[in-house]
Structure formats: C-alpha cells, structure tokens
Design a protein around this ligand. Structure first.
Ligand code: FES
Length: 184
C-alpha cells in the first residue's frame, strides 16, 4: 500500500527514525532488545502505560496496533533505524512485510529472499491464480513463499521474521535481530 493511500492517521505515522529519543510506555523496553522480545511475547496489549523508557535505536515503529488489526492482506512498511555495534554506527533504511497468520497474530517478514538476497514481492493476481498458497515471489530465480514464509518451489530456507513487540498501542520490531529459520 502506498503512503498516500493509507488512512490519515496512518499516513501521518512516522516510521520512526529511531535516532530521535522517543518516550514509550513500556516497561520491557528498559531491558533492551532481549527484554523487548520477552515482553512482546508475553503480551499483546496489556500493561503498557506503566512507565517510560527510551526506545533503542535499532527498534523501529511499524505503526498502530489497531490499524494492523483491521488491515487485510500484506502491508509493506518502511523503516529507518540506526544499528550500532562496538565499532560502528550504521544508519539503515528498508522495509518489511506485515501480515497476519490464521489466528490473527501479526507476522513480520523480511523481504530478503533466502536464495541470493533479492527482494521478494507480494504475489500478483496471476501468480495467486496459478498457485493460491503463494504469498510472495522472488523476481530473480523464481522462489515462492507461502503465508508462513516457507519456500515452496526451490527447497530454500523460510524467510527471516521479526518478533512483533506491542507497546503503547504501536507495533515495533528490533531490526537488528531477524529470526533465521531452518527448513522443516
Ligand atoms: S535470489 Fe530469490 S530466487 Fe534467487
């Protein structure tokens, strides 16, 4: 979805350049990324206004939780962030795909094909007609991924995912921590 097609409250949403120090009511964020994951896994919405903390620079805001609950299909969400390690500070820009699984839980996919790293696209209407389970396809060598991010044509590993962190009414991910998965 293009930004100008988003509902007004979404189009105003800044995909946070987390270089800004923003305040968020989320106790789990105090503990850094690992704490964020734990925090996000424990809850979807409860207890989020209890304290304030700074958002780490590698954690990006994807948008409002409520909006994702009403969204249908696959949303492409841009982000900007800063990743730091002991030696370097690296600004990064990119996007992820956000959808929901069959239970309604948010799923955040990396758009990087697990073959050679091309950027995948949501499958076209024609592709969906030929293979309904295909959610994404890769323009480089034809990899196809289903709604769980499993590759269904070339025996490749599944897409990386990001753990969604729900806090203060928004959905965040730690962009420095993609979850690599093995083919099952
Ligand atoms: S890079 Fe995607 S199929 Fe080769």
């Amino acid at each position: 979805m293009e930004k100008d097609q988003l509902p007004k409250k979404i189009s105003r949403r800044s995909f946070l350049s987390t270089t800004g120090k923003l305040t968020l009511g989320a106790a789990g964020i105090l503990a850094g990324s690992a704490g964020l994951f734990y925090y996000g896994a424990l809850q979807q919405r409860k207890g989020m206004e209890k304290s304030s903390a700074e958002i780490p620079e590698n954690v990006v805001n994807l948008g409002e939780f409520d909006w994702f609950q009403t969204a249908q299909g696959v949303e492409k969400i841009d982000y900007e962030a800063v990743i730091r390690d002991a030696w370097a500070t690296k600004p990064v820009k990119g996007f992820v795909y956000v959808t929901k699984d069959e239970t309604g839980k948010l799923v955040v996919f990396s758009p990087v094909c697990t073959h050679l790293g091309c950027t995948i696209n949501p499958s076209s209407e024609t592709e969906k007609k030929s293979r309904p389970e295909m959610l994404f396809s890769c323009p480089c060598h034809g990899a196809q991924y289903d709604a769980k991010g499993n590759e269904i044509r070339l025996q490749l590993p599944p897409l990386d995912t990001y753990e969604p962190i729900i806090a203060g009414g928004s959905v965040y991910i730690d962009i420095s921590a993609p979850i690599k998965r093995q083919r099952s």
